[in-house]
Design a protein around this ligand. Structure first.
Ligand code: ARG
Length: 402
């Protein structure tokens, strides 16, 4: 689709439609029954359901868990805080049939009001986080326990750990107005100004950014994707680029995204495989920002995020890694190996991208129902194993050649 999608602009999912009903043959009775008013949001979710079911190539968790029964129970439901409907929850997955997940929470209340649909999606994504489970209290653990996964710098190109945060007092993206985007940005800037060395740096607002700065940020792989169709269809890109921007410290190892998918994405990254250094810096950064900002939390889901895949710790700990032998048969094969360690494999240019130059992005998949420390540990132990397996394959290859 590629264009901004508002509730008003998309009235129907793109699919063959029934022709307009022809004019009634009988003249209308003189005192007609009061017509049921057609609610476009209800119509949208009903035909959206059919569109999902009709596409054999669609494998999203939305399609799997939006049964006719769930649809009928939720199609008229709204949140009391923002009047968000089922349409707001599923529109991205209906417009993008290649979604892996297909849902977003238009507001915090949606996690409760639409739990009939969201709970099973959350449970499946986060490794069995059942409706009776509660997310544990935040615990960064001892960051010094992690070392360098690849001291010889043979496999790991870079390491990145990020978390997402919503700032209290602001709604999620689809319900933010322009002033709120501006206010959020101002608050973030105040927080950046208070960061101690070596985290201190510069904020680059997207609004009015020169091409030179933009190109530099793109070259450094720092700038977030503009025009993400999944976010656009979820109404998460309104007033772009107002209130959006990127902060980074002087050595470009500590970054914060403002106003992208979440209010804030706090990121620590560097070349090589030193997970300990990357994680320590992230924890320092979060703790420094917590001094000036209050983040939204839920008793059951931990830190609140726009996408249910990021709830809880919100931690995605990843490496860009070359595993040529394990990856010889492509991303799907590598994913099958990574599944054993609950890791996710992505291409090297971010989400929904292909692997370039045999480089893969491997990260912990689950973020909810475990501590921050455990989330990083999942990636650490899993990648350690993958490197061990790659080395084993190298040895076998060597033997063959002997
Ligand atoms: N909505 C997209 C999908 O279902 C992305 C989901 C996870 N990624 C994210 N950035 N929240 O494929």
């Amino acid at each position: 689709m590629g264009i901004f999608v508002s509730k008003k602009k998309i009235e129907e999912p793109a699919q063959p439609e029934d022709p307009e009903p022809s004019a009634p043959e009988e003249p209308a009775p003189s005192a007609p029954e009061p017509q049921e008013t057609v609610n476009p949001d209800v119509e949208y979710v009903v035909s959206g359901f059919e569109k999902l079911q009709a596409d054999p190539a669609c494998h999203s968790l939305l399609k799997k868990h939006l049964s006719k029964e769930v649809l009928d129970k939720l199609k008229e439901t709204k949140t009391s805080s923002f009047n968000s409907s089922l349409r707001d929850v599923i529109q991205s997955g209906v417009e993008n049939l290649d979604s892996g997940i297909g849902v977003y929470a238009p507001d915090a209340e949606a996690y409760v009001v639409f739990s009939l649909l969201l709970d099973p999606i959350i449970e499946e994504y986060h490794g069995g986080f059942a409706p009776t489970h509660n997310h544990p209290a935040p615990d960064f653990g001892d960051t010094n326990n992690f070392g360098d996964l690849d001291p010889d710098a043979k496999y790991i190109v870079s390491t990145r750990i990020r978390c997402g945060r919503s700032v209290e007092g602001f709604p999620f993206n689809p319900n933010m107005n322009q002033t709120q985007y501006q206010d959020l940005e101002k608050l973030a800037e105040t927080s950046f100004a208070s960061l101690p060395e070596p985290l201190a740096g510069t904020y680059y607002p997207l609004l009015g950014m020169t091409d030179e700065t933009k190109n530099q940020l793109i070259e450094d792989h720092f700038l977030f994707k503009e025009g993400d169709r999944f976010l656009q269809a979820a109404n998460a890109s309104r007033f772009w680029p107002t209130g959006r921007g990127i902060f980074h410290n002087k050595d470009k190892k500590f970054l914060v995204w403002v106003g992208e998918e979440d209010h804030l994405r706090i990121i620590s990254m560097q070349e090589g495989g030193n997970v300990g250094e990357v994680y320590s810096r992230l924890v320092q950064g979060i703790q420094a920002m917590e001094k000036t900002l209050k983040f939204s939390q839920s008793a059951r889901f931990g830190w609140l995020t726009f996408c249910p895949t990021n709830l809880g710790t919100t931690i995605r700990a990843s490496v860009h890694i070359k595993l040529p032998l394990l990856a010889a048969s492509g991303m799907e094969k590598l994913q099958a190996v990574a599944d054993k360690f609950q890791l996710q494999v992505r291409g090297s240019s971010g989400e929904h991208s292909e692997a370039v130059g045999g480089k893969y992005d491997i990260s912990n998949r689950e973020r909810l129902g475990l501590t921050e420390y455990e989330a990083v540990e999942k990636m650490y132990k899993g990648v350690e194993e993958l490197i061990r397996m790659e080395k084993e394959a190298e040895n076998k290859d060597d033997k063959k050649e002997e």
